[in-house]
Structures are given as structure tokens and as C-alpha cells.
Design a protein around this ligand. Structure first.
Ligand code: 2PG
Ligand code: MG
Length: 395
């Protein structure tokens, strides 16, 4: 789903919208055609909405007034969850205007965010080098095993270290006869005896690449636990366990491995397990993705109940640039960390790289250093790094 924006009759910008495989139930609704064509995944209806209703209400707007543009889009839909026009149609328009405005104002996109933000900074990447869960056809329950190169003086060296680790992992898997295909986000996708083996493989790869797993590169997990939960029971490593048993597994992993964050450790409706795990006070980021779906009311509940201390930010979960930024503001005020994120089904659109830099959030999650849908974001961050901005080194 791609939207072009014209300013004063001339082509100004283009934005493309991603899509997720392991979506949260409370996300804004992506409009798909259903039926037989494209196995039901066509977006003709959403394209039509852009070319008719949305185009009509937007023509004549000032592209640099993002707030008004997004308000018009939200009102044109009117459903509360963007199911009428489609969050894909709406976000395409919203991001295209956002990109056009930076051209019109002649400032880089990362400097073009409405309102004031903490100082811009190059984010630490969470690089997903081993894929499981809904992103791979293997027996691994954990969806994403990521390396986090935080201990470097600039973004370029951090990205290089993460990339070298990715290739060191490939060698290890090859030696062990475990190298098969890759998963949705460009990471390797081996079948493993236990989920914990993924952690061992990452530590081995970090060290094999010549880095320290204590001071330079940590590990982040996206468990995406909603995918293997039913009625608050989790089917993990071949056993049926409850939230507190799963918490014990995480606590033991945190003791043994250099884990800096765990995303979606529990189901999106299992608030109780979230709260009690966060209460354990491990010195890591507990990140809500399917739990919050970049939605202000769900985040508000998470803040009130202390269900986590961080939030994943995906523009297409909520559907406009303005609302995405609003959620980041709420998180900032509450002292939550924000991790700006891609989707498993990506395009080469690199807007999230600029959002991560411009909001000064310090973190981005955008897959393995492989395939143009992932490397487009890393390449944009490299371009931005040429302006001399500092590196976050957040962990
Ligand atoms: C996630 C994302 C991105 P998906 O769960 O965090 O890594 O996956 O887009 O499939 O929801
Ligand atoms: Mg996730």
C-alpha cells in the first residue's frame, strides 16, 4: 500500500505502509479485500479509499499542518479503529504528508517532527538475527532473538558489530548443521531443542565475532507470547505452563544471559502476569507490543498498573503520525522507554528511522542486517549519522 503526495501540482513524496504477521488483537484495522484474489490479502478497497474519499478531503490542505491532516483522516473514517477507510489507507496518507512537509520546509525528516522532543540521537538497534514463532516455520516459540550493540562510540561501529555477529551466527549454525532458511525479518531460522538454545547461540556468536557480551553487545527477546497462549496457559518448550512459571523461566535467563529487554513476555490480555513480572524489578526493559498496540488508552492502563516499563511503537498499529507521536509523549512523561519498530511484513519505506532519531527515543527495532526491507532503515540511519549526531548507547 503506497501513497503519493503532490504539492502545488508536483510530485513531492511517497510513503508505503507495512503489515504484521503476529498482530495484536487491539490494533487499528488494516483493510484487506478478502475473497480469492491474492489469497484475500488484496488492498484494492484501501487504494480506492485513498483515491476517492481521502483524496477529496485532503486536497487543498497544508502539508505542514500534520495535526489537521490527521484529524481529517480520523474523522473521515469515524470508526474509532480505522476499520472503515483502513488503517493502511489512512497511515499511507498521513506519512506521505509528513514526508512532503519536510521537503516543503526543506529540513530532514527527523528534524520535522511537530512539537518539541528530547535531543535527536542515533538509536541503538535491536537486530533480530534468529527468527522463530510466527516468523519462521520451526519449533522455536520465541519469535525474535536480537543482538543489541550498545557499547560503541558511534552508530556505524555498532551496526558493523551487529552485522559481524549476524555472520558469526551463520557460521556457527553451519558448523552445527543447523543452517536452514531465514525467517520473515531476515534472521536465521533453525529448529532448536529448547528456546534457551537461542540465547546460547547468540552469546556464542557475539564472542565469536570478537565482542564482549558483558560490555558491548546485549540480547533482546520478543517472545510474542500471545501467539502460544490460550486461556492464560502458555505452550512453551512443549509444556503447558502458567504465567508465573513462565516468569521463573525469564528470571533464570536474566541471571544467566546478557538480556537487556524482553518484549511481550505474556499474552496481550494477561495483565496480571505482566504486573507481577515487572514487580520483580529485574534491571531490564519489559516492553509492551501486542499489549499496548501503540494505543493511548491501553498504554495509560499499563502505566497505571505498572504492567511494564517500556513500549514498542509501530505507526500502523494506531494509524496516523500524530497519534503515534502522542503515544510516545505519554510514554516519555511516564518515564517509559520507547522502541520504534518495523513490522514483519515491511517495505523499503524508511520513515521509522527518522522518527526514532527525531524523537530522541534511543531505540529502534528493525530486523536483521539483511534484505532491502530491513537494510533500508539501517542505511537511512547511516545517512543521518553523517550529520554527526551522537549515538544513544542506551543499555
Ligand atoms: C513484533 C513485530 C515486528 P509483527 O511482533 O514486534 O518484529 O512482528 O509485525 O509480525 O507483529
Ligand atoms: Mg512484538
Amino acid at each position: 500500500m503506497e501513497v503519493d503526495c503532490f504539492v502545488d501540482g508536483l510530485f513531492a513524496s511517497r510513503a508505503a505502509v507495512p503489515s504484521g504477521a503476529s498482530t495484536g488483537s487491539y490494533e487499528a484495522v488494516e483493510l484487506r479485500d478478502g475473497g480469492d484474489l491474492w489469497h484475500g490479502s488484496g488492498v484494492e478497497k484501501a487504494v480506492k479509499n485513498v483515491n476517492t474519499v481521502l483524496r477529496e478531503i485532503l486536497v487543498g490542505s497544508d502539508v505542514s499542518d500534520q495535526g489537521s491532516i490527521d484529524k481529517l483522516l480520523i474523522e473521515a473514517d469515524g470508526s474509532g479503529n480505522k476499520s472503515i477507510m483502513g488503517a493502511n489507507a489512512i497511515l499511507g496518507c498521513s506519512m506521505a504528508a509528513f514526508r512532503a512537509s519536510s521537503l516543503v520546509r526543506d529540513v530532514p525528516l527527523w528534524q520535522n517532527l511537530p512539537g518539541t522532543w528530547p535531543d535527536p540521537i542515533l538509536p541503538v538497534p535491536l537486530m533480530n538475527i534468529l527468527n522463530g514463532g510466527a516468523h519462521a516455520s520451526t519449533n522455536v516459540d520465541v519469535q525474535e532473538f536480537m543482538v543489541v550493540p550498545y557499547g560503541f562510540s558511534n552508530f556505524d561501529s555498532a551496526l558493523r558489530a551487529g552485522t559481524e555477529t549476524y555472520h558469526a551466527l551463520k557460521k556457527s549454525l553451519e558448523e552445527k548443521g543447523l543452517l536452514g532458511g531465514i525467517g520473515d525479518e531476515g534472521g536465521f531460522a533453525p529448529s532448536l531443542q529448547k528456546n534457551e538454545d537461542g540465547l546460547k547461540l547468540l552469546v556464542e556468536a557475539i564472542e565469536k565475532a570478537g565482542y564482549s557480551s558483558e560490555t558491548q553487545i546485549g540480547i533482546a527477546l520478543d517472545v510474542a507470547a500471545s501467539e502460544f497462549c490460550s486461556l492464560n496457559r502458555y505452550s512453551f518448550d512443549g509444556k503447558e505452563i502458567d504465567g508465573s512459571e513462565l516468569s521463573d523461566i525469564y528470571s533464570s535467563w536474566i541471571e544467566k544471559y546478557p538480556i537487556v529487554s524482553i518484549e511481550d513476555p505474556f499474552d496481550e490480555d494477561d495483565w496480571e502476569s505482566w504486573v507481577s513480572f515487572t514487580e520483580r524489578g529485574h534491571d531490564i526493559k519489559v516492553i509492551g507490543d501486542d499489549l499496548y498496540v501503540t494505543n493511548p488508552s491501553r498504554l495509560q492502563r499499563g502505566i497505571e498498573e505498572a504492567a511494564s516499563n517500556s513500549i514498542l511503537i509501530k505507526p500502523n498499529q494506531i494509524g496516523t503520525v500524530t497519534e503515534t507521536l502522542e503515544v510516545m509523549r505519554i510514554a516519555n512523561t511516564a518515564g517509559f522507554d520507547c522502541v520504534v519498530s518495523h513490522r514483519s511484513g515491511e517495505t523499503s519505506d524508511d520513515t521509522i528511522a527518522d522518527i526514532a532519531v527525531g524523537t530522541g527515543c534511543g531505540w529502534i527495532k528493525t530486523g536483521a542486517p539483511a534484505r532491502s526491507d530491513r537494510t533500508s532503515k539501517y542505511n537511512q540511519l547511516l545517512r543521518i549519522s553523517e550529520s554527526g549526531l551522537p549515538y544513544a548507547k542506551g543499555a
